[in-house]
Design a protein around this ligand. Structure first.
Ligand code: PMP
Length: 452
């Protein structure tokens, strides 16, 4: 049955019954491909061309696509026909995965609540922090991203995701990254339940200055606010440590986890928290099931989680992320001097980004394009050019002026070099496009650029 369905035209049915705008966008950037196979850090299209996957499913394939050990564990669980999700009962899988996660977390964290996704882990953090502290407000950083459900959307700072949906939930405020005075001003009111931060901000791969996060954590302790590290994207080796908060020795009160936790196979997530905070909310028999979700601790997600943690250790993926991340930065930082259009290259481990500015003065068409359609350069010039080099990557950042990589941590040194070479070639062409357009007075638009 599966092969038969997969043989159909994906674009026609998706445009007809799911989301036509997404199919239009794929066509515009030349990624309306039929994907035939995936393994590790690679995808193959129906023509048999191999693509390097720097997008990594938005960071859910840390152990590589179709990881054979995780798959084996899932097949074993399916064959056992486990009596899971009894709801009025538990088996040892969720306790075992919680134990494995807690072993990798600071000792102050003693409990794990499972969820189906990253945004649900964030929602759980918001709810449990409010329940545990009895306080109403939530603080987050400017430029943060924490998910797209109503609570996590309010915690994030993405005007483009919020605008169509009316006023955000009340009680959420944002402070600038790096501004401890602004943070303390808010915390001093002693009504803030939770301060939630990404140790490296996913939207722009923004790195905090050293010392900011430890000082912010201390301020939270001083004023009785819970400090949550949102590790949905940065966790499980992504930044070259198991959790990104380890880079500065942080000891958060809450940690959100998702994406790669199930090896990319099953929707899954978790909130790790202090035992006292959990018991403050789950404080009686009456409140034993006060928060949860029908599917959250399902057997397949738990099995995939256990196998994924084993795989990260067995393959040394955390260390691999650190060394390959350094190699990637060494190979791509020189691009800042080589191309006017490159403003900055930054990253930590295999969380990497290149930020574009405006090209050299004199390109009036470019400025017009910038005003008319944010993100045109990264999305409609740079990304399509990568199709020639068979590389997938993501456009991110608030001006959509950043191209970002979150590859599987199974990447090789040769892959890193291949990507750096491709990027160089792409930038040579990308710089020429707006200039050429200015010279010939072309009216730029997404469709005309997509043809280049
Ligand atoms: N928090 C962070 C830091 C994220 O990067 C994301 C997803 N990009 C989320 C939360 C939301 O996770 P999900 O997409 O699984 O809901």
């Amino acid at each position: 049955m599966v092969s038969e369905v997969l043989a159909g035209d994906p674009f026609a049915s998706y445009a007809r019954s799911v989301n036509p705008q997404f199919v239009r966008m794929l066509r515009a950037i030349g990624f309306d491909r039929r994907w035939a196979r995936a393994e590790g850090a690679y995808l193959w299209d129906a023509d048999g061309s191999r693509f390097l996957d720097l997008l990594g499913g938005y960071g859910m394939f840390n152990v590589g696509r179709n990881n054979p050990r995780v798959r084996e564990a899932l097949v074993e669980a399916l064959a056992l026909e486990t009596p899971g999700s009894v709801q009025l009962g538990v088996n040892s899988l969720s306790g075992a995965l919680a134990d494995e996660l807690l072993k990798r977390l600071p000792a102050r964290l003693g409990k794990v609540l499972f969820t189906n996704s990253g945004t649900e882990a964030v929602e759980a953090a918001i709810k449990l922090a409010r329940g545990a502290t009895g306080r109403p407000r939530v603080l987050a950083l400017e430029h943060a991203f924490h998910g797209l459900t109503t609570g996590s959307l309010a915690a994030g700072d993405s005007p483009e995701f919020k605008a169509p949906f009316g006023p955000p939930l009340p009680g959420f405020d944002h402070v600038p990254l790096g501004d401890l005075e602004a943070l303390e001003r808010e915390l001093r009111r002693e009504d803030v339940a939770l301060f939630i931060v990404e140790p490296v901000q996913g939207k722009g791969v923004n790195l905090p200055d050293p010392g900011y996060l430890p000082a912010a954590q201390q301020l939270c302790r001083d004023y009785g606010t819970l400090f949550c590290a949102d590790e949905v994207q940065t966790g499980l080796g992504r930044t070259g440590r198991f959790f990104a908060f380890e880079h500065e020795g942080l000891e958060p009160d809450m940690v959100t986890i998702a994406k790669s936790i199930s090896g990319g196979y099953i929707p899954s997530g978790a909130l790790a928290l202090r035992t006292d905070d959990l018991l403050q909310v789950f404080d009686s028999l009456e409140h034993a099931v006060l928060h949860g979700s029908t599917f959250a601790p399902n057997d397949l997600a738990m099995v995939a989680g256990l196998a994924t943690l084993q795989e990260i250790d067995a393959e040394g993926l955390v260390e691999r992320s650190r060394t390959l991340g350094e190699r990637l930065l060494d190979a791509t930082r020189p691009l800042v001097d080589r191309y006017d259009v490159v403003r900055e290259v930054r990253g930590r481990g295999l969380m990497w980004a290149i930020e574009f500015g405006e090209p050299a003065a004199g390109s009036r068409a470019w400025r017009a394009v910038e005003r008319a359609q944010r993100g045109l350069f990264a999305q409609f010039v740079v990304v399509p050019l990568f199709t020639d080099h068979h590389v997938l990557c993501q456009v991110a950042g608030h001006g959509l002026n950043i191209v970002k990589g979150l590859p599987p941590l199974t990447l090789t040194a040769e892959d890193v070099d291949e990507f750096a070479t491709a990027l160089d070639a792409v930038l040579v062409k990308a710089e020429r496009i707006p200039r050429a357009a200015a010279r010939f007075g072309l009216k730029l638009g997404a469709s005309s650029l997509a043809r280049h």
